[in-house]
Design a protein around this ligand. Structure first.
Ligand code: ADP
Length: 303
């Protein structure tokens, strides 16, 4: 891709509905080629933000730039999967796809080829001639993802893509999202299911009541909020005698070693090796994003 600058810029976005502030002074950027998480609990303002990006709503204040242009200008380069999934129920799967692909400007033959390839990739090829209304909720959701990919967009905006999916299809969507990234696409994932998306995202903004509470690269956020603890697996016995160690707990066939203030994981590793402890696994403990979110919201800030 050739464009310069971020794939998406949201600056001081505010949106109210009849006096209720749904999004309040929200700012973030999405870089080209990344998987970005627009995360937060239900009602936190994700869909409102996306609808502003998609030019469905005008903001009360603030600015949005999508692929370098104001909202609404680059539709042909965007694949949008809305939260409410409406498709043409009485048509057959392939007919719907070809119809929508042609609306997006593809020729009939390209539309059929792309649709066929995507149905194959999503394990839907055997349903091509079934009516849309015969598909289960999860299969419709897959079809909706296919619809949003059929014109080969550069930027994907997926609003709650995992909502009605079973674990097998959550994994399939995850694989496909990674493939899209490898092909140079930018993916924005909106979700309240932090545990499902955190393994996928490069950077995130986590919002609560319409305001950003965490923003940046996920690894940095995790590092900043890690609990100064290390998980060690060893057949040997560990106790608090080790230098720099505050507490040792046995958990899940290993030990969780909490470090004293000022001691780092390297100090512990050196201490273990120095004492001839046989280390089978050594890993700095990081908290699930959900726990970080809860503690930041309760603590009133990102510190
Ligand atoms: P999310 O996508 O994170 O679940 P939404 O953007 O849908 O959050 O909603 C943010 C807030 O705005 C919620 O309090 C919701 O009730 C309110 N809201 C959303 N859409 C409307 C609307 N059309 N009219 C009035 N209030 C709305």
């Amino acid at each position: 891709m050739s464009s310069v600058g971020p794939a998406l810029e949201v600056r001081s976005l505010t949106k109210r509905y009849d006096g209720v502030t749904a999004v309040n002074d929200l700012s973030f950027e999405v870089h080209e080629g990344e998987i970005f998480g627009l995360l937060g609990p239900n009602g936190s303002g994700k869909t409102t933000t996306i609808r502003t990006i998609m030019d469905i709503f005008r903001p009360d204040s603030g600015e949005v730039s999508v692929l370098g242009e104001p909202p609404g200008r680059s539709r042909a380069r965007i694949g949008y999967m809305p939260e409410e999934r409406g498709l043409y129920d009485n048509l057959k799967v392939m007919e719907v796809l070809v119809y929508l692909a042609r609306l997006k400007g593809l020729s009939g033959s390209v539309a059929r080829r792309r649709s066929g390839d995507l149905l194959e990739r999503f394990d839907l090829a055997d349903r091509a001639t079934d009516k849309v209304n015969s598909l289960s909720g999860g299969l419709r959701q897959k079809l909706q993802f296919v619809v949003c990919l059929v014109h080969d967009p550069d930027l994907l905006i997926l609003d709650e893509p995992f909502n009605a999916l079973d674990p097998i299809n959550v994994a399939l969507f995850g694989e496909i999202i990674r493939e899209l990234q490898s092909a140079g696409k930018t993916v924005i994932l909106s979700s309240h299911q932090l545990n499902l998306v955190e393994a996928l995202c490069d950077r995130i903004v986590l919002i609560n009541h319409g305001e950003a509470v965490l923003y940046g690269p996920l690894t940095e956020i995790k590092r900043r909020h890690s609990p100064d603890a290390v998980r060690v697996v060893t057949p040997d016995h560990l106790d608090e005698e080790l230098p720099g160690v505050g507490r040792v707990e046995e958990r899940n066939g290993g030990y969780v070693v909490t470090l004293e203030d000022g001691a780092g994981p390297q100090d512990l590793l050196r201490g273990l090796v120095g004492r001839g402890v046989s280390v089978e696994a050594f890993e700095v403990v990081s908290l699930p994003l959900e726990e970080i979110f809860v503690s930041v919201v309760r603590g009133g800030g990102d510190g």
